[in-house]
Structure formats: structure tokens, C-alpha cells
Design a binder for this molecule. Structure first.
Ligand code: HEC
Length: 134
């Protein structure tokens, strides 16, 4: 095998074992807006540091309780949040607010900010698996 090909394969393997593929992008401004919204609308039940309380933790090993440990995608989680949360007032936020909160949850769990802001459609359709990268 040519050396260049072996190196390319090697790097591919490292990337696969380390960070999962991230096909979801959000901006720093969205994550920051989401931080404030989460504190106001979600933290009473999910904790100030997403550690959980009346609602499940949204970080760490229990992040995917919704999917019962199957592969929860950003699309699954976003659809759930935008239709059913906050529990006491479902679907009460604007699309932009839900998108910002999703960006914050991703940011908190170690996903990197990207060039493109997250959109409602991209969040709904994202197949990126949600897990804590921290
Ligand atoms: C009044 C309490 C309460 C508030 C406020 C609330 N939640 Fe929840 N949340 C819950 C409970 C309880 C569950 C578990 C529901 C279930 O299992 O059916 C839950 C489940 C979830 C889940 C699924 C968790 C998982 O691991 O699969 C997500 C994601 C979520 N909430 C996000 C949010 C977001 C984002 C907000 C703010 C917009 C919010 N919640 C506001 C109580 C709350």
C-alpha cells in the first residue's frame, strides 16, 4: 500500500475513534442566547448545569434516556424539545428560541461551533448522534 494511503487510513481511524462526525453547525451567538433561555425556561427542571432534577440530565451518560440508549439524533431531540418542552408549557417558544437552546445543549456537551448558524430545518433533520463529548 502506498505510504500516503496508509497515513490517510490511519488518520481516518483516529478521527472515527475520537470525536464522532459532526454534521450539525451552530454559531457562538446562538449558544450564548440559548444559555440565557435555558436558564429561564429549562433549568428549573433540568438543572443549572444540565445535571438534571425533576427532568433528566441533559449531559453525561444519561443524556440519551429519551431514546433508551439507542442512537438519539439531534433531530429526534430537537423535535421532542420543540413539541413537548417546557413540560409545563409545551411549544411555547419561538423557532429561533428552540434552535438557540439546541445550540446551547450541543455546546455544553462539547460540540464545536461552526461557520453556519443552526436553522430550524437543519436541527429537525440532523442525523448527528447526540452524546456528551466532554
Ligand atoms: C416543569 C419541568 C420541566 C421543564 C420546565 C422542562 N422540562 Fe424537559 N423534561 C422534563 C421531564 C419530567 C422530562 C422527562 C419526560 C419523559 O420522560 O417523558 C423531560 C425530558 C426532556 C428531554 C428528554 C431527555 C432525554 O434524555 O431524552 C429533553 C431533551 C428536555 N426535556 C429538554 C427540555 C428543554 C430544552 C426545556 C426548556 C425549553 C425543558 N426540557 C423544560 C421536565 C421539564
Amino acid at each position: 500500500m502506498p505510504i500516503a494511503a496508509a497515513i490517510a487510513l490511519g488518520l481516518g481511524a483516529v478521527a472515527a475513534a475520537g470525536a464522532p462526525p459532526q454534521n450539525v453547525s451552530y454559531s457562538a451567538a446562538q449558544a450564548s442566547a440559548g444559555d440565557k433561555l435555558f436558564a429561564a425556561k429549562c433549568s428549573a427542571c433540568h438543572g443549572e448545569h444540565l445535571e438534571g432534577g425533576a427532568g433528566p440530565a441533559l449531559t453525561g451518560a444519561t443524556l440519551n434516556t429519551l431514546a433508551k440508549n439507542t442512537k438519539l439524533t439531534v433531530g429526534d431531540m430537537f423535535t421532542f424539545i420543540s413539541q413537548q418542552m417546557p413540560l409545563n408549557e409545551p411549544a411555547s417558544l419561538t423557532h429561533d428560541q428552540y434552535v438557540a437552546i439546541m445550540a446551547y445543549i450541543l455546546h455544553y456537551n462539547g460540540y464545536k461551533t461552526g461557520v453556519k448558524p443552526l436553522t430550524y430545518a437543519a436541527a429537525t433533520n440532523s442525523t448527528t448522534v447526540v452524546r456528551s463529548l466532554k
